[in-house]
Design a protein around this ligand. Structure first.
Ligand code: PHE
Length: 488
């Protein structure tokens, strides 16, 4: 409708000087007219020039007075023609804001005597404010002084009005031609493409945003941790096997076969294949001996070690299984000190809650060298965690079957104002290292922590299911910010 009106008008007239006036003359919404102008302009049916005008519109308060009358007149009318009314009585008849403003304006205008009793000073008043507001509403001109006084009373505000003046464009036609957007097979068969008019390419149009992959917060934090380990001279261990034998996950770590962690309540065992294919037989023999009767100054656990138990396949419960394989391989070489790290997934048969899943990621670091002490472990931990932004650490004696001594690591959390446990650590036992074939004075210090815990803290996530698993909001994955560890 607006399109026909505009194109039709330009067929007989040179110009539409003002789209606003044009809209009201033709009973159209200005918005519709503007949209059509933009579209016709795009196809160069018309040329359009911007017009901007400052105009005045009523505020909400202004609109109220335009309908109900100004507060001063409302107050005046509430005062009786003869005699007087008490101020309290008068107040009850009016809205609080109308009463307050009415008193001051009617007093200023000398319409009423304001005392404890209020009486009229004049018999008739005109509501000039209301009249002015109605004129502004109807887009009529009002005087400069009137504008200023309405503005001062916050009854009107300035608004920029935008419209167009319009003339014929180079492609003008009284009716828009439908242009083809595609050359189809049918067009070619019918040969009507010769007559068709094709829409020009718009090289300025924006294409759809290109989709790309997005890094999960865990991957971002993992990358930062990798950088820290690499800066500290650590090499990454290959962690690409979720399935592990009990031997490498437990036995080689001097973890006895009746240890509760080796129960199916804690560990996921595999049904198929349920057992491992091969183990290094001479090393297995040494591990069996150290469990059963010790050696290297140890009494061992003094029980019957069973090969079937060691053969059972499981989903690795810690990445220390990988560290163990790596240390075993290292011990076969002429000795050289090493620093190793890994960050990968582990599995535990846990009941799932806000902070636990049956799978999570473990960060693990170890240093292998001659003559290392607990002091070295504490030093490395201070260095590592201060790079994560945690420089206040405390250590608490703990127990692991494969480390002695063992320490839980606590960090002071400035936000929570308390010490929170952040990891576990220790020195691998001689019962673990010596059967591998390491020289006697070689020590291995190691520590482990979860990747999820710091990630949840960094990204302000308090339910692990919002971070990992099928309930995760995809927009979190698409929009999560980068992670910089150790920088406040
Ligand atoms: N494997 C331990 C855990 O699962 C972590 C750890 C690694 C402890 C190395 C000591 C030494 O918690």
């Amino acid at each position: 409708m607006a399109e026909d009106a505009i194109l039709g008008y330009l067929a007989v007239a040179e110009e539409i000087p003002d789209s606003g006036q044009f809209a009201s003359q033709h009973g159209l919404h200005h918005n519709d007219v503007v949209n059509v102008i933009k579209s016709l302009h795009g196809f160069r049916y018309i040329d359009a020039q911007d017009i901007k005008r400052e105009s005045w519109v009523l505020t909400d308060e202004g609109k109220k007075y335009a309908a109900d009358g100004s507060p001063e007149v409302q107050l005046f009318l509430a005062v009786p023609q003869e005699g007087s009314i008490s101020k309290d009585e008068l107040q009850k008849k009016l809205e609080p804001s109308v009463f307050k403003i009415g008193c001051s304006q009617a007093g200023k205008n000398k319409w009423v005597d304001m005392g404890k009793q209020v009486s009229r000073k004049v018999q008739h008043v005109e509501d000039k404010v209301k009249d002015l507001l109605i004129r502004v509403q109807n887009v009529e001109e009002i005087g400069k002084d009137d504008v200023n006084s309405l503005k001062a009373r916050k009854l009107i505000v300035a608004q920029t009005w935008k419209g167009y003046s319009v003339r014929k464009g180079p492609n003008y036609a009284p009716k828009r031609k439908k242009v083809a957007t595609d050359l189809t097979r049918e067009n070619l068969q019918r040969a009507d493409w010769k007559e068709l008019e094709f829409k020009e390419y718009n090289f300025n149009a924006k294409g759809p945003p290109a989709e790309s992959g997005h890094l999960h917060p865990l991957l971002k934090v993992k990358q930062q941790l990798k950088n820290i380990f690499l800066q500290m001279g650590f090499e990454e261990m290959p962690t690409n096997n979720f399935v592990e034998s009990s031997f490498w996950n437990f036995d080689a770590l001097f973890q006895p076969q009746q240890h509760p962690a080796r129960d199916s309540h804690d560990t996921f065992f595999l049904e198929a294949p349920s057992t491992t294919r091969e183990l290094p037989e001479d090393y297995v023999e040494l591990v069996k001996c150290v469990h059963e009767s010790g050696g290297y100054g140890s009494r061992g656990y003094m029980y019957d070690w069973k090969r079937e138990e060691a053969n059972k396949n499981l989903l690795r419960t810690h990445t220390t299984a990988v560290s163990t394989r790596m240390l075993y391989a290292l011990a076969k070489q002429p000795f050289a000190p090493k620093r190793y790290f890994s960050i990968d997934r582990v599995f535990r048969n846990e009941s799932v809650d806000r902070t636990h899943l049956a799978e999570f990621h473990q960060i693990e670091g170890l240093v292998c060298d001659r003559g290392l002490t607990l002091g070295d472990l504490i030093g490395v931990l201070n260095d590592f965690f201060s790079r994560l932004g945690m420089s206040k650490l405390r250590f608490k004696p703990a127990y692991n079957p494969y480390t002695e001594p063992s320490m839980e690591i606590f960090s002071y959390h400035e936000g929570l104002k308390k010490w929170v446990e952040i990891g576990n650590s220790g020195m691998f036992r001689p019962e673990m290292l010596l059967p591998m074939g390491f020289p006697e004075d070689v020590r291995v210090i190691a520590w482990g922590l979860s990747l999820e815990r710091p990630t949840m803290i960094l990204y302000g996530i308090d339910n692990i299911r919002d971070l990992f698993g099928h309930k995760v909001d995809l927009s979190l994955i698409k929009r999560n910010p980068i992670c910089r560890l150790g920088i406040n």
